[in-house]
Design a protein. Sequence first.
Length: 266
Amino acid sequence: MKYSGWPDPGELVVGKIDEIEDFGVFVDLEEYEDKRGLIHISEVASGWIKNVRDHVREGQIVVCKVLDVDEGSQQIDLSLKDVNDHQRSEKIQQWKNEQKADNWMDLATGEEIEDEEYTAIANELIGAHGSLYEGFKQAAIHGHEALEDTELTDDEIDALVETARENVSVPYVNVTGYVDLENPSASGVDGIREALTAAEGNGEVPEEVDLDVTYVGAPEYRIRVQAPNYKTAESQLEESAQRAIAAIEGHGGDGEYHRDRRTDEE
């Protein structure tokens, strides 16, 4: 999907070098419909340039900084030398991500969809999350919740979430903690089992979270949490431990949460 408008001064854009002249380089902008920019020879590289072709070649993908935009004369002035290596790498990755998201849109909407409907769906994703890629990423992590504030229909959301979860690789973080559970009351092992079930969430753990409770060595149990970010992971870890403690105390037992292992290594 390409933008129909114009880039803003200061924006980084991806382009393909189309034509090289002695005075500069013409670049087709990959992210904008029918937009072409010019890199003046003075903006190709720092220092004196004897031959522009020593620095660029036709067909090369480059990242440029937009210096000026004159819509009246249909002119976009670009700079190649004002983009550092970090900016270039980050922008190229962002562009590649958006290309992936374009493909996911095709999978989610089907080939028969009208251009206007396609654009409307894409704009809802972009409006909600800033980009197509981020929209799919959030849909993969949070499901329908990520798109509930949009104007998308239930069927459209279903298709987007399903496509996102089949195709988006979401980075997850892992955290581990421990809970000690002791139950000298008459409920004994049954009370411990109930506490462990509570720790596992009783089926109420958020969809994007993977939580696992395992036995380490009496009276210690390990809680492992995998989640999209540390804030969620830490919160779910502590909530899991507190559920277990509340359950065991309900049986007259004792529980204690701690982050480091206390029993001997397995």
